[in-house]
Design a protein around this ligand. Sequence first.
Ligand code: DQQ
Length: 540
Amino acid sequence: SPSDQPYRTSFHFQVPKNWMNDPNGPMYYNGVYHFFYQHNPSGPLFHPRMYWGHSVSRDLINWTPLDPAFAPTEPFDINGCWSGSATILPGNKPVMLYTGLDTENCQVQNLAVPKDLSDPHLREWVKHTGNPIINVPDGIKHDDFRDPSTAWHADDGKWRIIVGSRREGTGMAFLYRSEDFVNWSMWESPLYEVAGSGIWECPDFFPVCVDSNNGVDTSVMNSRVKHVLKMAAFDCGRDYYLIGNYNPENEHFVPQSELTLGSLRYDYGKFYASKSFFDPVKNRRILMGWVNESDSDEDAHAKGWSGLQSFPRSIWLDQNQKQLVQWPIEEFKMLHENEVSFKNKSLEAGSLHEILGITASQADVNVSFKLTNLEEAEELDLSGIDPQVFCSEMDASKKGKFGPFGILALASHDLSEQTAISFRVYKNNGRYTVLMCSDQSRSSTRNGLDKTTYGAFVDIDPQQDEISLRTLIDHSIVESFGGGGKTCITARVYPTLAIGDEAHLFAFNYGTESVLISELSAWSVKKAHINIEETNGGAY
Ligand code: DQQ
């Protein structure tokens, strides 16, 4: 019951029980979205002997659970079916590439195809008898070679994939080419490598349009696209991405900037090993990522489950071509009810305004702040500063001039529990810096939780643009989109008081300057049907 399980979510993808990590092989095929995931069916903690869980949906909101698509059964995957990706071959034929841990625990790349293309759910998958199709390259450690990407092809008709790896401390994405999807040969150099970055997991490589928010198929290549290379940097547990130009003739990928610890990330909170796919129904690219727990292994045993997926996000290139933008998929609105909204409310210095009329533990809130008198902003040079460290030191209780202002999610009546998502604005030599923080330090009265504060810059000019914040609140996850989706921060929290009807939502301004809420809309969110077997046939 919900009182035994206050941390289960209502609209985020999760499994009924046991462990889930990376998203695998998301794809659309003949009217159905397929989602696979790393799954340990025998317990709530990670174990290398992974299965591929499998669910299907017609709307990316409600999901029907199916039997696992892959179990570790063959010599080439007997010690685990690890992450991989789908490709839709010409003639509308889906295929899957995944990493197997073989009898020697070597990481090898395997191919599988649906058993019966006329089964709308593609329940059964057949592993290619010639597996593995790719072995660990010479000079690479046997357990440093995994997570094949979705394939793309160029004008020469050849398929390409990348696979995550490292050579000593140098993280890299090896590139392979094939004419028939079965025989692959390694390209002479990796698609990209970065010294000191540690192993890359779950690399993703895809085009984004320079002049439209629409997504394009992974093989689209023309002068109207740039390419994105995403790597899950294991050593720091972060999904970084680079934007650049790709030439399939010489396989050069030239990013616009270098990979550093301060590089662009999909999400500056808890979000890892994500994967994107092209949705031909709505011509968009969709991203989902693994959102791990922040409680302990003992808590996992008590709950009986671990792991969430982020809410699916549309992802596209910002107009300035310098970063990506993400936004919850529009289907979300089918779960909205009880809208409350208002306009032009001034939040005076030190004020708190409760948002009433919605279920604050299961909500969507979208607010825009307008600042006047910006010349009053504090002077501070934030260049070279780690925004997460800054947010940790300047927790939400520390007053500034402009900020912190934002929302308190999953707050108890007495505010002893609260997750504060907020902004601060500074000026330096006539230029403004907007900082976004997600402060979990007071999210629960419980100890033994990871309550790390997250922070990132939002690349907007508050003189031109209002500062917007959209936050998806779902019992134990708080997923925030700042600046219209330019900066995302996802957090896991485990309140003990702010549970169910006892949860409250506030807009606040602890700065000494007033700010204007130009517009706020908030909704209760209905419960989606996620991986619940139902007598009426489930999600459809
Ligand atoms: N998770 C998988 C690996 C991948 C890692 C194993 C990333 O394939 O590298 O569950 O979280």
